[in-house]
Each structure stands twice: as C-alpha cells, then as structure tokens.
Design a protein around this ligand. Structure first.
Ligand code: MN3
Length: 203
C-alpha cells in the first residue's frame, strides 16, 4: 500500500501567531505531500514497496538517495506535526520525569533551549535540530537535509523525541531570514504531553 499524507492533528491556524497559517498550509499540503509522492515513486515496483516507513528510514543509506530524502521527509514531517500543539496560554514547559531528565542532562530547560536553538541556527543550509534519547540519556543533535537520527547514515544516532524543521520553507514567509526568531517562537507550540510520552517509550 502506498504511503499517504497524514492529517494535521489541528487546524492550519492553530499555531498562530508563532507559526502562520499560510506556512502550515504550504508546508503540510505541498512540501510534505511532495515527499510522500516522491517516496511512493521511488519504491514503486522495487523490493522496498510494502516495507514500513521505519524500516525504510533505518536503512535509508543503503537503499537510495530518493528514499533517504523522501522517506526521511515523510518521517520527519509526520513526527514534526505531532510534536506541536496550540499554545496553551500558560508557560509551555516539560514536566515530570522528562523535566528531571532535562535538568540532569542540560542543567535547566533554558539551557536545553539554548543548545537546541544553537544546533538549529548552526545547521548550514537545510536540516533539522533534534532532542534524542541516546543510551538512556538526552542529547541535542542536528542532521542535514531530511536525514534523522534513526538513519544508518546519521552521525549521531538515537531515538528522536522532539525535532524542529529548520528548512527555509518552515519559516520564510513569516520570519524571512530570521531562523533564530522562528526557533524562539517554536517553543511556544511544543506539545510537551506528546514529547513526554515519546520519552517514556524511548527510555
Ligand atoms: Mn519541512
């Protein structure tokens, strides 16, 4: 069965004013759809047709550049939409065991944000910033293009629990060249409940 574009788990305008409606419409409806379509084309009629997305991503480097880019694109964006939620109106921060683990690994939530934002801002060209679980501990890393830490080709491997898309298509309409401003806004719409669930199953 071919891969399909997952529905956004909220309305296109739900992340306003931090991530604007038009960006969400184009990012989800055009960019993510493009990765899905091109992934389906890349595997059609090959032994990889019918494999799970996780399986394709795990072996992306051995399969093909098209699967690496578009399978990664499909995986990363599906993960990204689920990582976000409408701003709650209160201070948006992790709690419980995840909060404890963040303090243990980075010193504080603010230090995590600094490190993560630096990873995103420092990624030359297009890519992603990640918070991962590696050997039971939290780490910040980044990947180029549509790679992710689950791939065989990743420099730093781990289980992602949060990711930020730092491709220009993720922020250019509202923030233009100001990637750091987009990353600062991103924290207002992180779905910590979801990230805490991922952390619990990654541990
Ligand atoms: Mn994107």
């Amino acid at each position: 069965m071919a891969f399909t574009l997952p529905h956004l788990p909220y309305a296109h305008d739900a992340l306003e004013p931090y991530i604007d409606t038009l960006t969400m419409q184009i990012h989800h409806g055009k960019h993510h759809q493009g990765y899905v379509d091109n992934l389906n084309k890349a595997i059609a009629g090959t032994p990889n047709e019918g494999k799970s997305l996780d399986d394709l991503v795990a072996h992306a480097g051995k399969i093909s550049v098209a699967v690496r880019n578009n399978g990664g694109g499909h995986w990363n964006h599906s993960f990204f939409w689920e990582s976000l939620a409408k701003h709650s109106g209160s201070h948006n921060a992790p709690s419980g065991k995840l909060s404890d683990a963040i303090n243990a690994a980075f010193g504080s939530f603010d230090s995590l944000k600094e490190k993560f934002n630096a990873a995103g801002a420092g990624r030359f060209g297009s890519g992603w910033a990640w918070l991962i679980v590696k050997d039971g501990k939290l780490e910040v890393t980044s990947t180029p293009n549509q790679d992710n830490p689950l791939m065989d080709v990743a420099e730093v491997k781990g289980i992602p629990i949060l990711g930020a898309d730092v491709w220009e298509h993720a922020y250019y309409l509202k923030y233009q060249n100001r990637r750091a401003e987009y990353l600062a806004a991103f924290w207002h719409v992180v779905n910590w409940k979801k990230i805490e669930e991922r952390f619990a199953s990654a541990k």
